[in-house]
Design a protein around this ligand. Structure first.
Ligand code: 6GU
Length: 231
């Protein structure tokens, strides 16, 4: 997979992409991540990338020119069309199902916005889909792009060692994960549940299913409604 990121702050990505699973996936050649600075495509003495909104109002809007020129440059580097995604709080909520869908693509082009938002012609002209990572406002799409990259790359075949398979992850079955324990058996007076020490794999599996369901009921009842509506 190739992932291009168009951003005004490529430096923000260095550390998150340079560690752990994502770093290893790049070293193994499972994913190539290419950062391109939108400001390199701005013109004039001040390399302006934003301007005041038509119709008035607060804040600044990302101008179409630098984003289109940056996009066309990135397309010329690699002609494969790929999925074009704008990171914006106006987008569709990012869910595990979307991560799975994106992990099957050969190419993603992520565009991170700053300021109040993108000139609408960017979304229209680039045929981009819009993704949001949750119901809160970030100062820009960069952290959201990193979240999408992280969630997608770990799903690429070979990215996880088989010791940390993605199959049991929270959300992969629509439920939250069951509780985990490791050594020591007792820590500051808190004991590992007996069932996990019993060696009875049938009972352990049943306990984990019950715990998953109970946690989901407590913290995310909406997920149970989602599952019910799928049936
Ligand atoms: Cl994708 N961008 C910004 N700026 N804020 C967000 C977001 C994205 N998703 C949630 N909040």
């Amino acid at each position: 997979m190739r992932i291009d990121v168009l951003t005004l702050f490529p430096e923000m990505f260095a550390s998150p992409l340079g560690h752990g699973i994502i770093r290893r996936a790049q070293e193994q050649g499972l994913v190539e991540i290419v950062l391109t600075n939108i400001r390199d495509f701005a013109i004039g003495e001040y390399r302006k990338v934003d301007d005041k909104p038509y119709g008035g109002g607060p804040g600044m809007v990302m101008m179409p020119g630098p984003v289109f020129d940056c996009f066309e440059h990135v397309q010329s580097l690699c002609p494969q069309p790929g999925r074009v995604i704008l990171l914006t709080p106006q987008g569709a909520p990012f869910k595990q199902a979307k991560a799975t869908e994106l992990s099957a693509q050969d190419r993603l082009i992520l565009i991170a916005g700053r300021y109040e938002g993108f000139d609408e012609r960017i979304r229209i002209g680039l045929g981009a889909e819009q993704i949001s990572i949750g119901d809160y406002v970030l100062n820009g799409g960069e952290l959201a792009a990193m979240v999408v990259i992280d969630a997608v790359v770990r799903l690429l075949p070979g990215a996880l060692g088989d010791e940390d398979s993605a199959k049991d992850d929270s959300f992969s079955n629509g439920l939250l994960e069951y509780p985990h324990y490791t050594r020591p058996e007792t820590y500051r007076g808190m004991k590992v549940p007996d069932i996990l020490l019993s060696g009875d794999h049938g009972k352990i599996a049943q306990w984990r299913r019950d715990q998953s369901l109970e946690r989901t009921r407590q913290h995310r009842p909406d997920l149970l409604d989602d599952r019910a509506s799928l049936r």
